[in-house]
Design a protein around this ligand. Structure first.
Ligand code: 5AD
Ligand code: SF4
Length: 493
């Protein structure tokens, strides 16, 4: 029986959603070799740490995890087994040689652009036992997407799809242009084919991924005329706005999201899509990093705080209820109290539904790490606390506006305590409801009863959807067009 023969593959994923996507694709590549995913590292035949290099802490975690896994590998060997220990992702790309030197228990190191070569890498690793680890951190000319097999891992109701990789922006704090390489966009037809397969596998929502996703400039499908050419656009090249419209045509696909975006690439077509394509969710993660122009300049962001405010105004003029999210860095080299005050002012002006904020972490080889005016750790901590308090208060206030509303929620997984299920509102809020597990994978109407700092709680609304409370209307009728049909709902909870 094949499942008794299957080798166990454990992948631990760190960092961003691109890594989550890559991990599922690594499983796909390894499936024909007999590796089946497991959710426990114990006794695994292969363990891959898919790593993140964005901040120092993220890298450190990898080395401490490798220490723990060494023991597990030795135990497996003592039982006569063999475990392949592999490090993938951005730490692998940036510190490949160093990993093999510092952690000789590692058998294989490969970067984000070479995992389509895993079958060959695994067989080289098996041959190379005892003669040092195998390293592949090339930026190959061939695109891995052309060599990857069709997806076999079912991602569930909410799926990720990588459409663009790499970054040419070179923000001075960021390692991504070095670890992920130059910008590359997949052809629109390939993306649509993958999206269709995800939908056939049960996905109702797809999040398009890219390090700089709205810089997307992919080849248009042959024979399809682009009514509006993208800002980037020579003929035959589509921007993200056009791609979203194309994907929105897929039947059975209910929701589209994309992440992560750069303010400079929010072009007219993309903004317009937020106004008139109901499947594009009213939520946008648009990192600004700082509210001070001199810091933005030193970060090489190539926009001002007011440029960002204007983009948000334009988004809100087409989609008034859009929920905004951002990333912030505090304590960037040279950041003074008055610069930080500008960040607080921008946050107050915009009003975020949620956000991520980090202390600046110098990354080796990036220009900002060489700036002399590094900010003291204690100052960074103070600023981070102040900013997080403000952002936390905004998030709670935003969540509280949902109380009493009926929101369409895509139920994705079991909640912490049965019979609780959890899902997402159109605005990306986590929503917990007590509901029949048969509703997993469905978009259901939920009356929001309570708001917390990071989540909402509600009850599934059964019966007809006509005559929704006025509050639901303000949450966007567009969003309600999401809710699944009556019969499913009639038997809910
Ligand atoms: N230090 C702190 N935060 C960083 N980020 C990227 N590089 C650094 C760094 N060197 C943050 C940015 C980015 C997010 C993914 O991580 O805010 O948008
Ligand atoms: Fe890094 Fe994003 Fe800047 Fe690119 S745009 S360098 S990924 S922060």
């Amino acid at each position: 029986m094949w499942w008794k023969l299957a080798k166990k593959l454990f992948i631990k994923t760190y960092g961003c959603q691109m890594n989550v996507y890559d991990s599922t694709r690594m499983s796909d590549v390894l499936a024909p070799l007999g590796y089946a995913p497991t959710d426990q590292p114990d006794g695994a035949d292969m363990i891959i740490l898919n790593t993140c290099h964005i901040r120092e802490k993220a890298s450190e975690k990898v080395f401490s995890e490798l220490g723990r896994l060494k023991q597990m590998k030795l135990e497996k060997a003592a039982d006569g087994g063999r475990m392949i220990l592999a490090v993938a992702g951005c730490v692998a790309q940036a510190e490949g040689d160093e990993i093999l030197r510092r952690a000789p228990q590692v058998d294989l190191v490969f970067g984000p652009q070479t995992y389509h070569r895993l079958p060959e890498l695994v067989s080289r690793t098996l041959r190379a036992e005892g003669s040092g680890g195998v390293l592949d951190i090339d930026f190959p000319l061939e695109s891995k997407f052309d060599s990857l097999p069709e997806e076999s891992v079912i991602q569930g109701a909410s799926a990720f799809l990588s459409i663009q990789e790499g970054c040419d922006k070179f923000c001075t704090f960021c390692v991504v242009p070095y670890t992920r390489g130059a910008e590359f966009s997949r052809p629109a037809a390939d993306i649509r084919a993958e999206a269709r397969r995800l939908v056939a596998g049960g996905a109702r929502e797809i999040t398009l991924l890219g390090q700089n996703v709205n810089a997307y400039h992919g080849e248009a499908p042959s024979g399809v005329h682009a009514p509006t050419l993208p800002a980037a656009g020579s003929k035959g090249v589509w921007g993200l706005g056009r791609l979203l419209r194309y994907l929105a045509e897929i039947e059975g696909l209910e929701r589209l999201r994309y992440t992560t975006s750069h303010p400079r690439d929010m072009d007219d077509e993309l903004i317009a899509v937020h106004g008139d394509e109901p499947k594009v969710m009213p939520y946008l993660h648009l990192p600004v990093q700082s509210g001070a122009d001199r810091i933005l300049e030193s970060m090489n962001r190539r926009h001002t705080a007011d440029d960002y405010r204007r983009i948000v105004d334009r988004l809100r003029s087409v989609s008034p209820d859009i929920a905004l999210s951002s990333d912030f860095i505090v304590g960037f080299p040279g950041e003074r109290d008055e610069d930080f005050a500008e960040t607080l002012r921008l946050v107050t002006d915009i009003g975020y539904a949620q956000a991520y904020s980090f202390k600046y972490s110098p990354r080796p080889g990036t220009p900002a790490a060489a700036i002399e005016l590094q900010v003291e750790e204690a100052v960074k901590s103070d600023r981070l606390e102040t900013l997080q308090n403000l952002l936390g208060a905004q998030q709670l206030a935003f969540n509280q506006t949902s109380v009493g509303q009926i929101l369409p929620v895509l139920l994705e997984k079991a909640g912490r305590h049965a019979p609780q299920l959890s899902g997402r509102s159109p605005f990306m809020q986590s929503v917990f409801v007590e509901a029949n597990p048969r509703l997993l994978g469905e978009v259901v109407a939920v009356r929001i009863g309570k708001a917390y700092a990071r989540s909402l709680e509600g009850t599934v609304v059964t019966g007809s959807y006509s005559g929704l409370p006025a509050a639901a209307e303000s949450a966007g009728k567009r969003a309600m067009s999401q809710v699944s049909g009556g019969p499913v709902m009639g038997t809910a909870v």
